[in-house]
Design a binder for this molecule. Structure first.
Ligand code: PHE
Length: 340
């Protein structure tokens, strides 16, 4: 009977044993289920049991053993799954790392920043203005007569009343001239809007960078030298520049800026339509009327201005043939600028 009580006592102990961590689990194994544990001892005692009780005793001890083993297995599972230590051990430190994929700067951003850096080196600062403009800053101050067809030339998106989406960043230069005294040397990059059908060569939203230089005795020679410097820095020392007479309401004289074709080096190809030259923007001496409109004395000061399309320059520099690629966000296109 004493032996049966011992089995009962150990059964209760096994049931009550609280296994919360690996150490407790190991203690449980040593105390009960292990080779030298108490359950093994109970089996050893079988020889001391009277033959008529032996079967019942064996039955009880077997039940206890199964109970203890089941409890052990269950706790082992639980601890295994929840244990930080166990999980850490599963990390294979010899595996190669998963590479981080880096984002890329948009080609238009790359080129805009490069243009800014080039002009910064010769003393130009940066100016910004609103994309929704009034008629004065976009047209009237710049010498576009009211109801003049030149306003149509710009394919304006009108917003409401005399508010519109700026068609060029010359509007920013008007604001600078109104608010600052010469000498002025400023660069105005920004987004502009024109009501044009989207194609490989035109878009209704694009980017410009315009420059303005106003001081005493500024001449057309300064304009030419400044743009010559820019073109060489931007496209390389082989690049030639030429000025073609043109018209803008706000400059007089005015000139279109061409550079020698980067693809065929002037020999003639289909990018330059076999002329050897490609246009990158407009320029001219600021019309005295415009200076007057902005509160600057045209007797004392003169200046030049120029404007270029950032898309155009980017397309020439990286030989991109379709303007729409800039806005389609095709990752295969953007990834090509990863290293820039
Ligand atoms: N603002 C003109 C345009 O958008 C470009 C330009 C700027 C021309 C400055 C001459 C001088 O077309």
């Amino acid at each position: 009977m004493i032996m049966f009580e011992k089995v009962n006592k150990i059964t209760q102990e096994v049931q009550a044993f609280d296994i919360q961590n690996k150490e407790a689990l190991e203690q449980f194994r040593i105390a009960y289920t292990g080779r030298k544990g108490q359950i093994a001892d109970l089996f050893d005692d079988i020889k001391n049991i009277s033959p008529e009780q032996r079967k019942a005793y064996g039955h009880e001890v077997n039940r206890l053993k199964e109970l203890a083993l089941a409890k052990f297995a269950q706790m082992q599972d639980q601890l295994g799954a929840s244990s930080e230590g166990q999980r850490k051990l599963n990390i294979d430190f010899t595996l190669p790392p998963i590479p981080e994929t880096l984002g890329t700067r948009h080609p238009l951003t790359v080129v805009r920043e490069e243009i800014i850096r080039i002009f910064e080196r010769i003393g130009f600062n940066l100016s910004e203005g609103p994309e929704i403009e009034d008629d004065w800053h976009n047209f009237t101050a710049l010498n576009f007569p009211e109801n003049h067809p030149a306003r149509d030339m710009q394919d304006t998106f009108f917003v409401e009343g005399d508010m519109l989406l700026r068609t060029h960043t010359s509007s920013v230069q008007v604001r600078v001239m109104e608010n600052q005294k010469p000498p002025i040397r400023t660069l105005s990059p920004g987004r502009v809007f024109r009501n044009e059908a989207i194609s490989a060569r035109a878009h209704c939203v694009f980017h410009q960078v315009e420059g303005l230089f106003i001081d005493e005795n500024v001449s057309f020679a300064d304009l030419k030298q400044t743009l010559y410097y820019f073109v060489q820095e931007m496209f390389g020392p082989e690049t030639k520049i030429r000025f073609r007479p043109s018209f803008f309401p706000f400059t007089e004289p005015s000139a279109e800026i061409d550079i020698s074709c980067l693809i065929c080096k002037g020999a003639g190809c289909n990018i330059c339509k076999h002329s050897g030259w490609v246009e990158i923007g407009g320029s001219g001496m600021v019309d005295p009327e415009v200076l007057k409109n902005c509160g600057i004395d045209p007797e004392k000061y003169s200046g030049f201005a120029f404007g270029m399309g950032i898309e155009r320059i980017t397309m020439l520099k990286y030989q991109i043939k379709d303007l729409r690629l800039f806005t389609e966000n095709d990752i295969r296109f953007l990834r090509q600028f990863e290293s820039l």
